[in-house]
Design a protein around this ligand. Structure first.
Ligand code: GLA
Length: 724
């Protein structure tokens, strides 16, 4: 790559002076410095600098000169990236630069620095993968050695980054079941802040493996330097940011070390997950757009394909699935203009039936009392109606009441000779994916379904249990501490096999709602279920939080019944659609319970969504008014990459007499272009006065629009089209 300043790569071992290594993306640069036999250091990460500007960066005094991969032992590092126990019991490492390499692929270049301990044949290969057209750099490490006996890896981060700032704030997501992805923004004071997840299976319910650091104080959407980071790992993680004193924060992220010592054999390579980092000089908004573009291009299955509008059966019938109801729902979503029907939980189990949530997981055979002809007649009905067909599974799990558990009681996660921990229904158990036989079984679940029903287009892959009762009867006694990691490597093996054989299958990651919104898994999944909470008001907050890191096309957002099943709140259908239309639109209710007027509304809004789908799903997000700012409204918009089209959303979140709300100033438009505004999602209601009017992009961004929001849960969805 052009900016690789390694002038004398081949002659590295004989170099006397430190070399500069400038790794750049279109708008960002990471600068490292090192010389053979000395430590490799990170100097700078920020706005792109040219090779001619490296001297200026170094002369400025803003460089950090921190070790690129600090190891425990010789230099003082309160938060090391690497901590090991060598076979002779020694704990200290002293990593120095050994060699460098560079490899390019389609649109990316991977810069590799091999570090070696000064004394022992112990190595770390640090990778920095930079994209030509995406402002993200992926860091990762590969650790290996040539010692006779195993080395114990106690801690092994994916990457380290110094953050130069005196007043950094962190933006991260927190929550719980039914309230996932809430945005939290707080100043980082002196000391250590740790964001950690130890669930073992569902790693994004309570906390998230993605963060943003605003380096110039309180986070702002359009201004200020921001570093974003996403750890791409579906298992336990630990994100640490430490400030000792002075003007630097040290940030590290990797697999969580608790109960995860790894015994690394000679010649074996321990590869960490990736840590994807981005930089924005224009606030959190640009950092999000960087993540979204990167995700669609590299870390989300089928990131370039439009998502179908679907009906999911869960909130409509729950476990009371039967052939007549399923066929009715297929016909109804087809009549509303939808494109896919998904049969959720309740369809399987023979000896043990899935009438309650305490039986039959693992027995992925249709329940012939509910579905006499199995799945085929449903897939046939879907085809007849011109929609696709999908199904729910939870293949990593079983119940004590299942034929699978009767045959394979040793396949579950459980320490030998003890009672297991039970999950949902008091009977749920987690299958031990460290075991290759279990991996074959889980792959076989999908393989069988696809073989028996080749038209199966979509799978909702659920996971409703934590990794508790920690222990594996597959792993040997001295390798029990590998389970957290081995489980997820096993899962990734299965997902890779599924993707190799069924590249077009659409798969949703669900884990009791939003428990698996994470870039370790999303390369294999097309989307994630944001939350089991479908209340449109609460969804505004949850989807806003997720939008910091995840593109709208990955966020499954369904219109459900009113009153809402989780909150009991009554919200007009128009608002419910307006919220779901800002992400991947779907429905999750019994259409037969809707009035004729509601069905007409749904039909018309689904048709509207089809006209804005490319912009919502592939456009750039601009967050305008945050629901977290207490203004009583929220607003966001998407703009197509050529800025020719945009979609604007506004939601009224509070309702008072004489309420005041701001004018809506847009963003991301072409200031010189003229846009025609058309109001959507009306279902016959009167459009706002701005509809059918033409405005310049400049006016919409500088003055904005005043929109009527008189009733409770008022909302607006506006389509903007360039007219000249
Ligand atoms: C989980 C999911 C729900 C639904 C149920 C079915 O809770 O999050 O969407 O699929 O399981 O049991």
């Amino acid at each position: 790559m052009k900016k690789w300043l390694l002038a004398l790569v081949a002659a590295l071992p004989s170099l006397a002076l430190a070399d500069d290594f400038l790794i750049s993306t279109p708008r960002t640069s990471l600068l490292l410095e090192g010389e053979p036999g000395q430590s490799l250091r990170i100097l700078y990460y920020g706005d792109r600098v040219g090779s001619g500007e490296v001297g200026q960066v170094k002369a400025s005094g803003v460089c950090s000169y921190s070790e690129a991969y600090p190891a425990f032992g010789f230099s003082y590092n309160p938060e090391p990236a690497l901590a090991v126990e060598l076979p002779d019991g020694q704990l200290s490492l002293q990593l120095v630069l050994d060699s460098t390499a560079r490899q390019s692929g389609d649109g990316w270049t991977d810069y590799t620095f091999t570090l070696r301990d000064r004394k022992e044949p112990f190595y770390v290969k640090l990778h920095y993968k930079a994209y030509d057209r995406l402002d993200v750099i992926e860091m990762r490490a590969e650790v290996f050695h040539r010692l006779k006996r195993p080395v114990v890896l106690r801690q092994c981060a994916s990457g380290y980054l110094p953050l130069r700032s005196t007043e950094a704030w962190i933006s991260h997501l927190y929550g719980n079941w039914g309230n996932e992805g809430r945005l939290q923004q707080e100043p980082l004071t002196t000391g250590l802040k740790v964001i950690q997840n130890r669930d073992g299976v569902r790693n994004s319910h309570t906390r998230h493996a993605e963060v943003m650091f605003s380096l110039d104080g309180r986070p702002q959407e359009r201004q200020g330097r921001v570093v974003g980071a996403a750890l791409c790992w579906g298992g336990n993680y630990s994100l640490r940011v430490n400030k000792e004193s002075g003007r630097q924060y040290d940030f590290l992220a990797g697999i969580d070390p608790l109960a995860a010592d790894y015994h690394l054999e000679r010649g074996e390579v321990f590869a960490t997950p990736e840590l994807a980092v981005t930089y924005s000089g224009e606030g959190t908004g640009q950092a999000s757009r960087n993540f979204h573009r990167w995700a669609r291009a590299t870390h989300l299955a089928h990131g370039d394909r439009p998502r179908d509008i679907l009906l999911n059966s869960w909130e409509g019938v729950y476990l009371a699935v039967d052939e007549a109801k399923m066929k009715g729902m297929i016909q109804d979503i087809a009549a509303l203009g939808g494109e896919l029907f998904v049969m959720d939980d309740g369809w399987f189990g023979r000896k043990y039936r899935r009438d309650r949530d305490n039986a039959a997981l693992g027995d992925w055979e249709p329940d012939t009392a509910k579905l006499p002809g199995g799945i085929a007649p449903l897939a046939g009905e879907a085809k007849r109606c011109g929609v696709k067909f999908g199904i729910w599974i939870e293949p990593e799990m079983t119940n004590t009441k299942s034929e699978l558990f009767e045959v394979h009681p040793d396949w579950i996660v459980c320490p030998g000779g003890r009672q297991p921990s039970y999950g949902r229904g008091g009977t749920q158990l987690l299958l031990d994916l460290s075991n290759p036989e279990v991996q074959d079984f889980v792959f076989g679940v999908v393989d069988r379904l696809k073989t028996e029903c080749p038209d199966l287009a979509y799978i909702k892959w659920d996971a409703n249990m934590s990794l508790v009762g920690y222990g594996s009867s597959y792993l040997p006694a001295d390798r029990q501490s590998h389970l957290f990691t081995a489980y997820h490597r096993g899962l990734l093996n299965v997902l890779k096999r599924i993707r190799a054989k069924y590249p077009d299958l659409v798969i949703q990651a669900c884990a009791s709602g939003g428990g698996r919104a994470n870039y370790g898994l999303l390369p294999y999944f097309d989307e994630f279920w944001v939350s089991d909470n479908t209340d449109a008001l609460q969804r505004v907050y949850m989807q806003w939080g997720h939008s910091y890191f995840f593109p709208s096309m990955a966020m499954a957002s369904h219109v459900s019944a009113s009153p809402n099943h989780q909150t009991g709140r009554r919200i007009p259908l128009r608002f419910r659609f307006a919220v779901a239309m800002s992400a991947r639109l779907g429905m999750e209710m019994q259409p037969r319970d809707m009035s004729e007027g509601e069905r007409d509304f749904a039909r018309s809004s689904i048709a509207d969504y089809k006209t804005i789908r490319p912009v919502v799903q592939q456009g750039d997000l601009y967050r305008l008014v945050s629901p977290y700012d207490g203004k009583g409204v929220a607003s966001l918009m998407y703009v197509s990459p050529d800025r020719g089209q945009a979609v604007f959303f506004a939601y009224k979140l509070e309702h008072f007499v004489a309420q005041e709300w701001p004018d809506f100033r847009m963003d991301g438009l072409d200031p010189g272009a003229r846009y025609r505004v058309t109001e959507l999602n009306l279902g016959g209601a009167r459009a706002a006065g701005v509809s059918c009017q033409v405005f310049t992009g400049r006016f919409l961004m500088e003055s904005g629009l005043s929109l009527p929001l008189s009733g409770e849960y008022a909302s607006h969805v506006l389509r903007l089209e360039r007219v000249d």
